[in-house]
Structure formats: C-alpha cells, structure tokens
Design a protein around this ligand. Structure first.
Ligand SMILES: [Zn+2]
Length: 512
C-alpha cells in the first residue's frame, strides 16, 4: 500500500472538527512535505515524526512522502497530528501489517481517531484539549475509538459511551493496531471532591438580609450587585456563594473541565473533574480578551471559565467600560461568540454574576462615623460607569451596611450545608417544571411559568412609571418573584412575592 488514510481532529474554540490525514509514499527523490495550511507546529512535526519512527526501530522510507491534512481551511495547531502522520507513513510503507498464521494484512484503521504528539524518542506525549476532542468524537463519530496519549486518556475517559485507548509509545500503537498487544480502555481519573469545603456561610456573622439575598440568587441563578463600604463583608459573602450551590451534574462537570482544559494560562497544571461549581474573581485591570476570551488560538475568557459557576467582580465600576459592556451578551444569551481572522468559535458562558462596589470612590458615602470626601460629580461619574442596559441585566441589587449590633455570635449563623439543601430543593422544583432555572426563563416560557395576577401587574406598571423601569427590568422582576414563590413552594406568584422582588431592585444604590 502506498496510500494510507487516518482520522484525526482539530479544535476551533470549544468545537472539534474531524481531519483526514492522507499519507502518500511514492517514487521520486526523498522528500517529506505536509500540505493543508499547516502552521509552524505541524511543520515541526515532520522532524519529530522522522526521529520517532527511526527511534522506534522502524524504517523511514527513502521516498517522496506527501501528507495532506483535509479540510484545508481549518487551523491545525499543535502536534496532535504527529501520531496519525507517523502511523500513516508506516502503513503506506508496508510496515504496519498484522501477521496471523502466516497471513499478512493491513489492520483496519477506519474505526479509530488518533491524536498525540511524538517525542524524538518515539514516546507519545500529552496534548491540549483532550476532553473537548473526546466529547466531539462521541457526538460526531459514534462508535469510533479514540487513541490518545496515556497522560491525556484518563481525563478523556470521563466522557460516557466512548472507548479511549491509552498509548505510551509509537511502537506500542503499532503493536496494538497489529493485534500483537492488548490494551485496556482508559479508566476515568478520580473526581475531585469539593476543596473549598473550608469556607462556610456560618463564618459570616450578621448581614441577615444579604444572606437571604444570596440564597435567593443561588436558588434561581440570579445575578446580584452588592454595594457597601469597604470591609462590610462583600467579598466574604461572594466567596461563599459556591458553597451553597448544589454539586454539578456529571454533564456539567465535563463541560466545565473541557473549558478549563482549553485555558492556555493554566497549561502545565494537572486538571481534574470537579464537583464544585467554579468560582472566578478577575482583577479589575482585566482586559476584554481576558474577560470574554480570544487570542490567536481561541481560548476561553473569565465568563466561560465561570460557566455553571460564579463570576465575582469586585470593585465593579473600576473595570474598563468596554469590559463591563462585553458582559451584556453572555448575561443575556449564556454564551460568547468570538470571531478572529479565520476562525469563529463559541464558548458557553452561563455564569452567575456577583458584582460588588463601594457606594462612592472613597467608599464612605452614607457612612455614620466616617465622612465621604468625594464631590457629587465624582460620585455621579463613578456610578454612571455602569450603563443602564448592563444594570438591567442584574436581578438583585443590594445595599450592605455595618451592623452596630453583632448579636449573631460565632456558631449561631446557619451553615452552608443546610442552606445548600434548601437551594437544591428549590432548584429541583424549577427543573421539574420548566427544565431550567428561573433566571434563564425567556419569552413564552416566562409567560407560562411566571404568570402574574392583575394586582401584580398593577404593582409593576406603577413601578415602571415611578422609577422609569425598562421592560427588561420588569421581566427580571417576574423571574425573581417566581423564585421567591418557589422558595415558599407556591405554584402561583402572589402580589407579595412581586413586592418583595421589587424591594430588591428599589434599594439599588444606583437608582437614578
Ligand atoms: Zn466618598
């Protein structure tokens, strides 16, 4: 055989696309060329493939070798094509043959998807994005077996209904394909239990109203804006939100791990599948690209790294205006679309936003003992950094104050564990009724599941006129009222639920 065809894959953002690796070994002056818009990584792969083949005890054919990666218009970064190219060279030069009872045959390669980078010694080393690849193979090529470097296989093995074959060396891959060596499918790595178990809501003393608001936000997946002087406990509360969120479902755990594996700033660290919802707290000097993602090889931003978890933005008005505005799309749609020169990728970004801010630049506006040094213009400028449309997308607005009476002594506050049980029940109710959390209700589903009585309508219409609330704000209020009713296990939304929801908006530090 002088032509071999194998299947590999490329990643664009979150999405896997299959790549045909065609290797032709023909007559002519010895040469080795790779075509199909390869980037530097693939060009370097020629040298690795040549060395690995020789180091593994095979012959590197003294012939004209042409490798074509198709389709041609896909970016094909990283060395994950090394393994399929090397196997293709061996197959096309008749070095990949089974020998059963004197009958020589070429093994069937069509049922496998190969991905792995080769070292010069012939070892197969780990690759980036193995989980995204595994998820893509399961969805797009049902029945195919995935051959991966052993170091990347145990994570990929978490994808259900997919066989992952762990390979350590090129020679081992050849022996496996030629049925000279049996290899067991990779087993999933252990799931890491919640590590932030050290944090607990019982450590927050007082702030009863804020605790209730946080529980409400956790129940319905609502975003929240906390305003209060420095040291009042905004960060402390925000950091404890993940501790009252239910553990992630297996599918959610996978999605989170896939995104975190594509985070280039984390490369080199060992990734694990985690039960606990992620918590991200980017600094206010964060750029747009760091917040929503981007880069030459599309990488996820903070909003995607917080997928199924919490995005905490302290000093909210201190973020660059463009960064703040970039949150509008993911807050509305639950995903970000990134377009770069020749690629377009989508990353999921269903996160719960917790924003925190001081009431003014110095932090002491409205404080009883310390006087504020800010001019009214400065305070106005500070507050107007957060645009109306962005504010509309935040359901709960909360003002925190110092409590003079700290009667809630240590050990008297409720623990995260017992709050979490209530949150879980409330979420269960929503999933059973409508298949999503209340914060994600849209259009018809909102009309159907958050129906209001006349009296409630009148309350909201009144507020629209009095406080110039937008339609979007009104819809957010309905969702919030739905969650309050769910907390009380009520099928109907009562006017008192709507009134309570409105209180959470009405006390906004940013109201005009
Ligand atoms: Zn001030």
């Amino acid at each position: 055989m002088s032509l071999a065809v194998l299947t590999s894959c490329a990643l664009v953002g979150f999405k896997m696309t299959s790549v045909r690796v065609e290797v032709h070994v023909g007559k002519g002056l010895p040469a080795f060329s790779v075509v199909g818009m390869p980037d530097t990584g693939v060009r370097e792969s020629r040298e690795r493939v040549r060395s690995a083949i020789l180091s593994s005890g095979f012959q590197f054919p003294a012939a004209r070798i042409t490798v074509n990666l198709a389709p041609a218009d896909l970016p094909k970064d990283s060395g994950r094509f090394d393994l399929p190219i090397a196997l293709g060279v061996l197959a096309a030069s008749a070095q990949l043959v089974t020998d059963k009872a004197g009958q020589q045959a070429v093994p069937a390669l069509g049922s496998y998807v190969f991905a792995g980078e080769l070292s010069l010694t012939g070892a197969v080393v780990s690759i980036a994005g193995s989980l995204a690849i595994a998820l893509g193979v399961r969805q797009q090529m049902p029945g195919a077996q995935l051959v991966l470097p052993k170091a990347s296989a145990s994570l990929a093995a978490h994808v259900p209904d997919l066989t992952v074959i762990p390979i350590q060396t090129l020679a081992q891959a050849v022996d496996f394909l030629c049925e000279r060596e049996q290899l067991n499918a990779a087993l999933p790595s252990p799931i890491r239990p919640s590590t932030e178990a050290m944090l607990c809501m019982s450590e927050v003393h007082g702030q009863q109203q804020a605790r209730l608001a946080l529980e409400l936000a956790a129940c319905g997946g609502h975003s929240i804006l906390m305003s209060g002087p420095p040291g009042v406990g905004k960060s402390m509360l925000a950091q404890r939100l993940p501790t009252i969120l239910p553990s992630l479902e297996p599918q959610q755990q996978l999605e989170v791990a896939v995104i975190h594996q594509l985070d280039t700033s984390q490369s080199g660290t060992v990734l694990a599948i985690k039960e606990q919802a992620p918590f991200r707290s980017p600094h206010h000097s964060c750029t747009v690209a760091a917040m929503i993602g981007g880069g030459r090889r599309l990488h996820p931003g903070e909003v995607s790294l917080a997928h199924h978890g919490v995005l905490f933005m302290d000093e909210f008005p201190e973020f660059d205006r463009r960064v703040l505005e970039s949150l509008r799309e993911p807050l509305e749609t639950g995903e970000v679309v990134l377009a770069r020169a020749n690629q377009r990728g989508t990353f999921p970004a269903k996160f719960q936003l917790i924003a925190a801010m001081n009431p003014c630049p110095c932090g002491y506006y409205g404080h009883k003992q310390i006087s504020c040094e800010c001019t009214p213009e400065r305070i106005l400028r500070y507050k107007t950094k957060i645009s109306g449309p962005l504010l509309d997308r935040i359901d709960l607005h909360l003002s925190l104050h110092f409590e003079s009476d700290l009667r809630q002594k240590e050990g008297q506050s409720e623990s995260s564990e017992s709050i979490k049980a209530r949150v879980q029940r409330c979420r269960q109710r929503q999933y059973e009724r409508q298949g999503c959390l209340n914060a994600a209700l849209q259009g018809k589903a909102l009309e159907e599941h958050a129906a209001l009585q006349d009296q409630s309508h009148a309350l909201l219409e009144n507020a629209m006129q009095r406080w110039a609330w937008s339609i979007r704000t009104i819809q957010r209020m309905r969702k919030l009222a739905r969650t309050i009713a769910d907390q009380q296990e009520m099928a109907l939304i009562l006017p008192e639920h709507v009134a309570l929801a409105m209180q959470y908006r009405e006390q906004s530090a940013l109201k005009p």
